[in-house]
Every structure is written in C-alpha cells, then in structure tokens.
Design a binder for this molecule. Structure first.
Ligand SMILES: [Ca+2]
Length: 123
C-alpha cells in the first residue's frame, strides 16, 4: 500500500465513524418502526426456534388475524392456509414465508379501510 492510499483509508475511517453515530441517533422512520413491530410479533409466536409451527400458527391466527374474512377460522381452513404458506414444506413457517401472510393481510386491511371510508362518505 502506498502512502496516498493509506491516507485515503485513514480519511475514510475518520469520516465513517461520525456518520454512523449520527445515523444511529436519528429517530427511526415510520417503516422501520413498523418492521420492528412485525419482527417482534413474529418472535412472539416463533419463540426461540425462529420459525412458527402449526400449533403456534393457529394461536397467532386466532389472536392476531381475526377480523379478515379471507382467513378461515375453522380448523380445516387454517390447515390449508398453513400448507399454502409453507412453501418449502418443512412444516414450519420461516419469517420469509410468514411475510406472505402479512402481505395478504395488509391487502385485505387496505380494502377494508377504503370500504370503511366509503361508508363514512355516504353518511
Ligand atoms: Ca417452511
């Protein structure tokens, strides 16, 4: 390494440290807060294993996804939904597999939001 490269590297290091400290002290964006909340929710049901098994899945559906008609509340429907989400068929839902459920729940909630909005406009 020549002297110039060394100085350049030193400069980069000096620059990087304060920038990162600044970034960390900045408040989180709305999206970051939501992501943290979702990760927390996943961990609440996955426990230490970091995957959700069928039993944990049913508990989660009952407690967290009760108001969406797309999510079947009967036993058979829940089994099917679990099977659909478990794309690698290992009988566990990974975080990635679980985000598909979150995605469709968000779509459903979005539709409901506008239905609700429309309802209010008529009154
Ligand atoms: Ca899986």
């Amino acid at each position: 390494m020549d002297f110039f490269a060394f100085i350049l590297m030193l400069f980069l290091c000096l620059f990087r440290l304060p920038t990162e400290t600044f970034k960390m002290s900045k408040s989180k964006t709305q999206m970051q807060v939501l992501a943290d909340g979702l990760i927390e929710l996943f961990h609440k049901y996955s426990g230490k294993s970091d995957t959700i098994d069928k039993k944990e899945f049913k508990k989660m559906i009952n407690e967290q996804f009760p108001d969406c008609v797309e999510y079947p509340q009967n036993q058979q429907g829940k089994d099917k939904l679990f099977k659909d989400l478990d794309t690698n068929k290992d009988n566990e839902l990974s975080f990635e597999e679980w985000t598909r459920l979150v995605g469709s729940f968000l779509s459903c909630a979005h539709v409901k939001f506008h239905q609700h909005e429309g309802h209010h406009h008529h009154h």
